[in-house]
Design a protein around this ligand. Structure first.
Ligand code: DSN
Length: 434
């Protein structure tokens, strides 16, 4: 008899098996998602979940942390080495916590912070009125130039405006980074402007951490005072966050995360992060990061050839923002998302610069290539997916046509499944042996 009550929780595992099937039988084009490796999945479900380890290695508030200390030190070392950082705090539970931790470390309540407008690509934690960040600090926004235009340089970060706002507002901190910006974010002009106005500089690399680790995007480490990121997007680790900092901010960052913001760290997730940092330091990961960007470019070209306008005219990273307005003025981002999901292509609606529709409805779609690149898709598949997307959006009223397209999607999904074997049963190791 098993020592564990309810070990055969078939009610729950049958639900999870449906999610494994969903991930295996549809195409994931959400720009912030990826498929974690079996090693990462195994570590995220390890016995380290049992351990309380408030504090930091060698300075814990509980006994029994000899093993956990080794895990967290290894994660710190691997994060520092992967990004060439002076200091790494691997305890943030998420990107939102990493950002709030960085603010707590660098700011006093009421301080002025500059960050990118949410409706032009920023993030909730960059001062959205509904987020705690804006309740604690005074955010002023910068944005992109020439929203909605197709001219050279349009819909890119407007550094002239950014500099002018910084000079007028004298922020304590300038934040770079975005969730829906398809271009390289060069940290150098941010640093120059921050230095001109005496501001600190934080780079939120949540979306592009894997592209930086893979060497296809410029690294803000050593340029920004603090770099935050999530570990589950292009970096392909577990769902979590990290703060990298220059040594002079190390102590403030550590205090901000614990005891400032969080309690006990999730050491099982920290172990999974350590594995992801190792995976991302391998030469194959650089090839993967390169392919993610090439795939996004191919997908974008194929969509543009078929009549869809891309915000900023294309992409340099893992994501595309599609402006649906000229393609079909009646079609909202919400309808487009729902139409594509019905045929098995999962992506999300997104506001585009100058969007007149609300964030719930939107006139845009965001598509990312990190997850399907992990499954081995390349340029040919990107062209096929673009073709299916455009046909589905055009024929969205025709059930027979959508059914045919759904079949094409499931054929593609079958060829590029993320999980097979034991993982295909429940999405976790060893469950069927309990
Ligand atoms: N929700 C993430 C994204 O989709 O970009 C950001 O936190």
């Amino acid at each position: 008899m098993s020592r564990w009550p309810d070990s055969n929780d078939s009610e729950l595992f049958s639900i999870i098996s449906k999610e494994v099937a969903r991930q295996n039988t549809s195409l994931q084009f959400i720009a912030s998602e990826n498929f974690a490796s079996p090693t990462v999945l195994a570590l995220a479900s390890s016995v380290l979940t049992n351990k309380y380890s408030e504090g930091y290695p060698s300075k814990r508030y509980y006994g029994g942390n000899q093993v956990v200390d080794q895990v967290e030190v290894l994660a710190q070392e691997r994060a520092r080495s992967l990004f060439g950082a002076q200091h790494a705090n691997v305890q943030p539970h998420s990107g939102a916590n990493a950002n709030m931790g960085a603010y707590l470390a660098l700011l006093e309540p009421g301080d002025t912070v500059m960050a990118m407008r949410l409706d032009q690509g920023g993030h909730l934690t960059h001062g959205s009125p509904v987020n705690a960040s804006s309740k604690m600090y005074r955010f002023v926004a910068y944005g992109v130039r020439d929203a909605g235009k197709s001219t050279e340089g349009a819909e890119r970060i407007d550094f002239d405006e950014l500099r002018a706002i910084a000079k007028a507002e004298r922020p304590k901190l300038i934040v770079a980074g975005a969730t829906a910006y398809p271009r390289i974010i060069d940290p150098k002009p941010f640093r120059e402007i921050a230095d001109e106005v005496g501001a600190l500089f934080m780079f939120d690399a949540a979306h592009v951490a894997g592209l930086i680790a893979g060497g296809v995007h410029p690294s803000p480490v050593g340029i920004a005072d603090v770099v935050t990121f999530t570990t589950h997007k292009t970096l392909r680790g577990p769902r979590s966050g990290v703060i990298l900092a220059k040594q002079e901010y190390a102590q403030a960052v550590d205090k901000a995360i614990f005891p400032g913001l969080q309690g006990g760290p999730l050491e099982h997730i920290i172990a999974a992060k350590a594995a992801a940092f190792r995976e991302a330091s391998a030469p194959e990961f650089a090839s993967y990061a390169q392919s993610v960007v090439e795939n996004a470019r191919s997908l974008g070209l194929a969509l543009a050839e078929r009549g869809l306008r891309l915000v900023s005219g294309g992409t340099d990273n893992h994501l595309l923002l599609v402006d649906l307005r000229d393609f079909d003025s009646e079609l909202t981002g919400k309808q487009a998302q729902e139409t594509l999901e019905a045929i098995g292509i999962v992506c999300n609606r997104n506001q585009i610069p100058g969007d007149e529709r609300s964030a719930f409805v939107t006139s845009g779609l965001r598509l990312g290539t990190a997850a399907e690149t992990t499954c081995g898709m390349g340029k040919d598949e990107m062209t096929q997916v673009a073709d299916i997307i455009v046909r589905a959006l055009k024929e969205r009223g025709r059930a027979d046509e959508l059914e045919k397209l759904g079949k094409l999607v499931s054929d593609l999904a079958r060829m590029f499944q993320p999980y097979s074997g034991e993982l295909a049963k429940f999405g976790a190791f060893g469950i069927d042996s309990l």
